[in-house]
Every structure is written in C-alpha cells, then in structure tokens.
Design a protein around this ligand. Structure first.
Ligand code: SF4
Ligand code: SF4
Length: 435
C-alpha cells in the first residue's frame, strides 16, 4: 500500500500533540488507549506516512474503530481537519484491504446497488414491512441468537402510505417568505417519511414555497463516511446536478434545506470531493453554499411567521441532543435551541454532554453494535437524570439509536425529530408519537 495516498500527510502536520481532544473522544473514553484517541490516530497516520509504522491490520482496525463523530475537531486549537483526514484514509484502505467475500458482497450490494436506487429501497422496505408483520425478525432473533439480533432489532418499517414520496411542489401557507428546496434523502422516505412531511409542513407554515427534486436519491454521505469515495463522488455529483436542474425548472436559485445532519454535513463540504476536478469543483462549491440545516433555515420573517402559527400541542419536557454532524460538522448549535424555546407547552431541559456521540455514526451501530451500545450508555443515563419526557434530535441515525437504546432500557419516552416537535404544534397536527 502506498503510504503517500493512504494519509493526508500535510493535514496531519497541523496536530501539535496538545491532548485537548482526548476527553472529547468516545473511543478514548471507552478504552483509555492513546492509539484510540484523535491524537493517537493522527500520530499513527503520520508514522505510516513517514514509513515508521506499517499500514497493517492494526492500523486499519484503529481507523475503523473511530466513529468519525468529529467531536475532536470542535475542541482542537490547531484546527486539525480530522474528518477529512479520516475519509481520505478510509478511502485508501477500502481499496487496499482484502475483506471477507460476504462483507465485500454486502458492502457492494448496500452501497452500490441499494442506497442509490429508489426502486431497491422501496422494494426492500416493503419486504421488510411484510417480514415484520409476520414476526420473522423476532423469530430469527430467537433461532439465530447473536447472529439474528441485528434482524430482531431492525427499526419498525412504516406502512406503504407513510412511505410515499414528498410532492414536487408544496405551496406556502399565506404570504410567501421565500422559495426553498428540500432534500428527500435515500432512507428517509422509507423509515422517516413522517419527518420529511413534518419538515415541509413547518417550512410551508413559515411561508416557504417548497420544491423537491426527483433527480437524485442518495447524496453519498454514508459512502464518504465509510471510505467508498468513488461512489460518494458519483452520488454527490448527481445530487448537485439534480439541484441545478431543479433551479433551472423553477427559474431561481434555491437554498437546499436538509433535515438529516449527516447528509447536510457532507453536502456543505461537497466541494472537497472535487478538489482535483477543475471543471466540477466550482459547481460543487456553489452548491455547497446553498445547503442549510432545517433549524438554521428558519430565521427572520420566516421564523416570525412560523411562531405566529404555533399553538397548543402536547405538553412536553424535552432534552435536545446535538447530532455530531450538526454541532461538530456544521457548527449549528443555537438555532435548534432557539426553535424549541419558541414552542408553546414545551419546556427544554439541559442534557449533560449533549454534544457527545450517541454511537449511531452512520452504519457504525450496525457494524459494531457492542461498541455503539457502550458509547450510548452514558447518553441514556444523562437523559434519565435530565428529567425530560421526550428526546429531540435532528438526524435519522441518531433517532434510531436513541429509540432502540431507550427501548432496550425500558424507557418509553418518545424520540422526535425537531421538525416533528414543531409540526405537532401547527393547526390540525396529530401528536408525533401517536399517543
Ligand atoms: S472522530 Fe470521534 S471517535 Fe474519531 S477520533 Fe475524533 S472524537 Fe474520536
Ligand atoms: S486537540 Fe488537535 S492539536 Fe491537540 S492533540 Fe488533538 S488533534 Fe492534535
């Protein structure tokens, strides 16, 4: 393996070994090992690049053990771009590492076939729903023990009518405060169609004309996270092109509102995937500047209009948990809190260590469920200490992780996306948790 392509050596030189990142790192907190800390990983990368350490299985394991939560970036005084370094290294490793055949096939099927295809996603969601209705995942869990546990704990797939795609155009309610596009996402319509609908409901109530493109399915965020950089580049390019085509059809530039923190963090930095593509890089840069998180998109007159429409809704004491890719990846911290504090009959209570990773981390909780559960444990304890009766976040993976983690511990509090919490306070809205 060529160390020069494996490590972003120039970026690794930014680290001054101060150690301020250690306590922000979930894998260091779990193991206490320097090699599992951000400083240790940067040192490993640099040693490999300088030929002083081998790029062997131990090195690959340490790179994959990282959650890529980017908590280390928020506390680093030297501005080490840890996320980008890790994506580069994982990209090189994914080409160089010989994986077992079953893993190769399932990665290829998941990343190259399913995620980019609306037809595959929809087919598998329908199949999964059918299997859940027959109780097959639970049966597999009983018969296969640990090997069937992942199937038994898969999220509940909603009925077909809740998996419908968003309309291509949703008109503003009342005077128009602006036009936006929303990113529908790949798994969002299949698992969290209700979150997408709540997002559009909030935006239209805020006076936004909302457009939705059908031109792309997956934005490539999960691919970049897992080192599948060629596929990530292809899907990100398709997302940029679909947005440009939508703007051409509508006849104006459109901010792209994203309700999944992981996707937004990937897309706001879309240009870095095209650093070596002089033709496409300016288009990716222009696109990236238009990407905006859902809460951050609601400001000025739009926020005032939304606030004027809010009333009632169930009384809730909510704890807001910052998704890593919202706070560390996009620097969005105040906007969700500002939005929650506007809501009638909602009291926001503090959640200790709300910026710590919940263990979801893309597909990390599927690949390493035991570590993900250990990372989650202090989050659940903090939630129980907070006195909240509802957990609110803004990323589908975090929602699944919180939901499964609280259920496992016998905690029945609902887990909502912030758009759901807002939407249930708009006229004619049902309770988000169905109670
Ligand atoms: S990205 Fe997260 S898990 Fe990885 S080194 Fe940084 S803090 Fe630790
Ligand atoms: S905080 Fe930044 S500079 Fe300090 S050890 Fe960690 S990565 Fe290096």
């Amino acid at each position: 393996m060529d160390a020069a392509t494996l490590v972003d050596y120039a970026k690794s030189l930014d680290c001054v070994h101060c150690g301020l990142c250690l306590q922000s790192c979930p894998t260091y907190r779990l193991t206490g090992r320097e090699s599992s800390s951000p400083r240790g990983r940067v040192h490993l990368m640099r040693s490999v690049a300088e030929g002083e350490a081998p790029a062997d299985a131990d090195f690959a394991e340490e790179m994959e053990f990282c959650l890529l939560c980017r908590g280390c970036e928020s506390v680093c005084p030297s501005g080490v771009q840890f996320g980008r370094m890790m994506e580069t290294t994982r990209g090189a490793l994914s080409e160089a590492v010989e994986r077992p055949l079953v893993e190769q096939l399932s990665r290829s099927f998941g990343f190259a076939t399913v995620l980019p295809s609306r037809a595959w996603l929809s087919f598998l969601a329908g199949l999964g729903r059918f299997a859940q209705q027959l109780g097959l995942p639970q049966l597999a869990g009983q018969l296969l023990g640990e090997r069937g546990a992942a199937l038994a704990s898969m999220p509940t797939i909603p009925p077909a009518n809740e998996r419908a795609l968003l309309p291509e155009h949703s008109p503003a309610e009342g005077p128009v405060t602006g036009e936006v596009a929303v990113l529908e996402g790949c798994v969002m319509p299949e698992l969290f169609g209700r979150v997408n609908r709540a997002t559009v409901r909030c935006l239209t109530a805020a006076g936004r004309e909302v457009h939705c493109s059908r031109g792309a399915t997956c934005c490539g965020s999960l691919h970049a996270h897992n080192g599948e950089l060629d596929l990530a580049r292809r899907l990100t390019r398709e997302t940029v092109e679909a947005h440009e085509a939508l703007e051409a059809r509508v006849g104006t530039e459109l901010p792209l509102v994203v309700n999944s923190a992981g996707c937004a963090a990937h897309l706001v930095a879309a240009d870095h995937l095209f650093e070596h593509d002089a033709d496409f890089a300016p288009r990716a840069r222009a696109f990236a500047r238009k990407v905006v998180d859902f809460s951050a998109s609601l400001d000025g007159p739009a926020l005032e209009r939304l606030a004027a429409r809010l009333s009632g809704g169930p009384a809730r004491r909510v704890a807001w948990d910052d998704p890593c890719h919202l706070c560390h990846g996009q620097g969005v911290r105040d906007e969700p809190r500002r939005l929650i504090d506007l809501l009638p009959s909602v009291e926001r209570v503090p959640l200790e260590d709300s910026e710590a990773c919940c263990g979801s981390a893309g597909i990390y909780s599927v690949l390493r469920p035991d570590t993900a559960a250990q990372v989650f444990a202090p989050k659940r304890e903090a939630f129980e200490r907070s006195g909240a009766d509802c957990l609110v976040t803004a990323n589908p993976g975090c929602q699944l992780q919180w939901d499964a983690g609280l259920r496992r511990a016998g905690v029945t509090a609902p887990v909502l996306h912030i758009a759901e919490l807002v939407a249930e306070r708009l006229p004619d809205a049902p309770r988000s948790d169905g109670a």
